[in-house]
Design a protein around this ligand. Structure first.
Ligand code: AMP
Length: 185
C-alpha cells in the first residue's frame, strides 16, 4: 500500500434528504485523515462533497480538488483546500481525479456521481485502470445500482466479473477497510 493512499471520492454536490448521508460524508473525511490518507475530489464546497473535504482538511489530510473553469462559480469551488486545479473540461477533471488517486470511493450522489462511478467501472472492465472501486452503501443507497449491474449480467450484456468490480461497504470504516484490503492485495 502507498505510504499515503489518495482516495478519489465521488459523491453528491447536494446533501440529499437523509442526514445519514451527511454524517457518512463527514465520517469519511475524518477517517481518511485519521488513517493518514489523502482525498482527491471535485473541489466543490456544497453538499456531501464539501462536507467530506471540510472534515478531511480539519483532520489534517491533504485534499486535492479538480474543477472545470465553468463550474468554479456554479458549484462554488472550495478554495481553502491543499491544492485546487482548474481544468478546461469535465473529461480532463475526471481523468486527473483518477490519475491522482490510488482507489475510488463512491458515496451517495446524483447523475454526476453516477457518471464518474460508471466511467471508473468501464475503465476497469477495459483494463485502462485497475484501481479498486468501493461503494459506501449508506442506508442501502446503492442497491438499485447493484441491481442494475446484475440485470446487465443476467441479460448477457456484461460478464459476471462486473459484480466483482464493485465492493459494497455498509459503514465509512468498513469502506476504508475494504479500500485498505484492496490496496494491500
Ligand atoms: P452530482 O452527483 O450530480 O451532485 O454531481 C457530483 C459531481 O459530479 C459534481 O461536482 C458534478 O460537477 C460532477 N459531474 C457531473 N457530471 C460530470 C461529468 N460528465 N464529468 C465529470 N464530473 C461530472
Amino acid at each position: 500500500m502507498a505510504e499515503r493512499p489518495m482516495i478519489c471520492l465521488y459523491c453528491g454536490s447536494r446533501p440529499g434528504h437523509d442526514p445519514a448521508f451527511s454524517d457518512a460524508a463527514a465520517a469519511i473525511g475524518r477517517a481518511i485523515a485519521t488513517r493518514g490518507w489523502g482525498l482527491v475530489y471535485g473541489a466543490g464546497d456544497h453538499g456531501l462533497m464539501g462536507l467530506a473535504a471540510r472534515a478531511a482538511m480539519e483532520g489534517g489530510a491533504p485534499v486535492l480538488g479538480f474543477i472545470p473553469r465553468r463550474l468554479v462559480d456554479l458549484e462554488v469551488a472550495k478554495r481553502d483546500i491543499t491544492a485546487m486545479v482548474i481544468t478546461e473540461t469535465m473529461h480532463e477533471r475526471k481523468k486527473l481525479m483518477l490519475e491522482n488517486a490510488d482507489a475510488v470511493l463512491a458515496l451517495p450522489g446524483g447523475a454526476g456521481t453516477l457518471d464518474e462511478l460508471v466511467e471508473a467501472l468501464t475503465w476497469r472492465q477495459l483494463g485502462i485502470t485497475e484501481k479498486p472501486v468501493v461503494l459506501l452503501d449508506t442506508e442501502g443507497y446503492w442497491q438499485p445500482f447493484v441491481a442494475l449491474l446484475a440485470h446487465f449480467v443476467e441479460h448477457g450484456f456484461a460478464g459476471p466479473s462486473l459484480m466483482d468490480d464493485v465492493a459494497l461497504a455498509p459503514t465509512p470504516e468498513a469502506a476504508l477497510d475494504r479500500l485498505a484490503e484492496s490496496l494491500s492485495a
